[in-house]
Design a protein around this ligand. Structure first.
Ligand SMILES: [Mg+2]
Length: 165
């Protein structure tokens, strides 16, 4: 299959469509989330209550949770505080592997025991697939609130996603 490392294993409308039970059956014990346009609108500075409930629910079901963002994290102290019990890395430079690896080490899990959830193919998904992680792509929370370089990349994402059955 062409673009094997660029194709997500699952493509969902939102994080709320994740099937925790099915992930558990696959042997997945840890989930790494992208922040912007995955857990909230681009650049969000506070966690929505609903999203926090969702994450607590995932944790109650036994998953380790981590957060990996390419944003610099300035002004996002409230987000970090809301999720202080979990590893959160800013400036991750996805698709570089170092950030993913740091979280895997924290989880004490191997790549195939971990899922990455994100809205971008060339960063979130590619980085995860390079390491052999299970990759879940979600639609952006608010696609119209993105910077121009991201919107430009969306065009190429669409061309590649046509290969996904
Ligand atoms: Mg994102």
């Amino acid at each position: 299959m062409p673009f094997r490392l660029l194709l997500p294993d699952e493509k969902l409308a939102s994080i709320h469509d994740l099937d925790f039970e099915a992930l558990g059956m696959r042997g997945i014990e840890g989930i790494i989330f992208d922040l912007d346009n995955t857990l909230g609108v681009w650049g969000f500075t506070r966690m929505e209550e609903e999203t926090l409930h969702y994450l607590h629910d995932a944790q109650r079901q036994g998953f380790r949770l981590g957060f990996l963002s390419n944003d610099h994290g300035v002004g996002r102290e409230a987000v970090q505080q809301s999720l202080a019990d979990h590893p959160m890395i800013f400036n991750a430079q996805k698709p570089k592997r170092s950030g993913y690896r740091a979280i895997l080490e924290n989880f004490e899990l191997l790549p195939h025991q971990t899922a990455m959830v994100g809205d971008q193919l060339f960063t979130d998904i590619f980085g995860a697939k390079r390491l052999g992680m299970y990759a879940i792509m979600v639609d952006p929370v608010a696609p119209d609130v993105e910077d121009r370089s991201v919107r430009f990349r969306r065009f190429f994402e669409r061309q590649i996603l046509r290969f996904k059955k």
